[in-house]
Design a protein around this ligand. Structure first.
Ligand code: TMP
Length: 209
């Protein structure tokens, strides 16, 4: 028996961490064997690549194409070493971000032609697609109001301007429009209780299947 694969996506300040905790508790209460992981990252090598992507201190600019190849290099390590073996062992895998983030950030944000992303997607990810993706949607303005309150230092991608995140959001919404069965949108601009209610509905439907 193979397990199920869930990914959680959203722009900055959408409340991804809170949603992940909620989903984890939901699955644990259902007595399911769950593996938690994240992208970019999830293996030693992929976490090293993550450091380069998010925290490179070099004055050398990371070109958009390089960034795209790095997220897919990390994803390849992650898929082959962590995700696929876990699914084959019948575990449920929950990943904090996955393939849709590449279409949103490198496609929407960095304006890389989607055809190159699709090529890498078909080559590296192939059929190992999430069964369910929770997309936490919030306006970039509201998202940044929330993250600014936290006062933590912004990483290399978080330092991009509001237009970049508006494009990221649009690309996520476009993905959701193309694949509404898999990508379930959560209105993350609502108060936390209402967000959790939406998450609960989707999880109930999905786990009950
Ligand atoms: P996060 O773990 O705080 O969400 O940070 C991960 C960052 O990496 C976030 O800014 C989105 C970015 N990212 C991409 O640009 N492309 C990708 O394919 C993935 C998985 C993440």
């Amino acid at each position: 028996m193979t397990g199920k694969f869930i990914s959680i996506e959203g722009t900055e300040g959408a409340g991804k961490s809170t949603a992940i905790h909620f989903v984890r508790d939901y699955l644990l209460h259902a007595h399911l064997a769950v593996l938690w992981t994240r992208e970019p990252g999830g293996t030693d090598i992929a976490e090293e690549i993550r450091k380069l992507i998010l925290h490179s201190r070099s004055v050398e600019v990371i070109e958009p194409e390089t960034e795209l190849l790095m997220v897919f290099a990390a994803r390849n390590q992650h898929l082959k070493n962590i995700i696929q073996p876990a699914l084959q062992a019948g575990k449920w895998v929950v990943s904090d971000r996955f393939i849709d983030a590449s279409y949103a950030y490198q496609g929407g944000g960095r304006k890389i032609d989607e055809k190159y992303i699709r090529l890498l997607d078909q080559w590296i990810v192939g059929p190992v697609y999430p069964d369910l993706t929770l997309l936490l949607d919030i306006s970039p303005e509201e998202g940044f109001r929330r993250t600014d309150k936290r006062g933590t230092e912004r990483d290399r991608i978080e330092q991009e301007n509001i237009n970049f995140f508006a494009r990221v959001r649009e690309a996520y919404l476009e993905r959701a429009k193309q694949d509404p069965e898999r990508i379930r949108m959560i209105d993350a601009g609502k108060p936390i209780g209402e967000v959790q209610e939406q998450l609960k509905q989707v999880m109930k439907e999905f786990v009950g299947k």
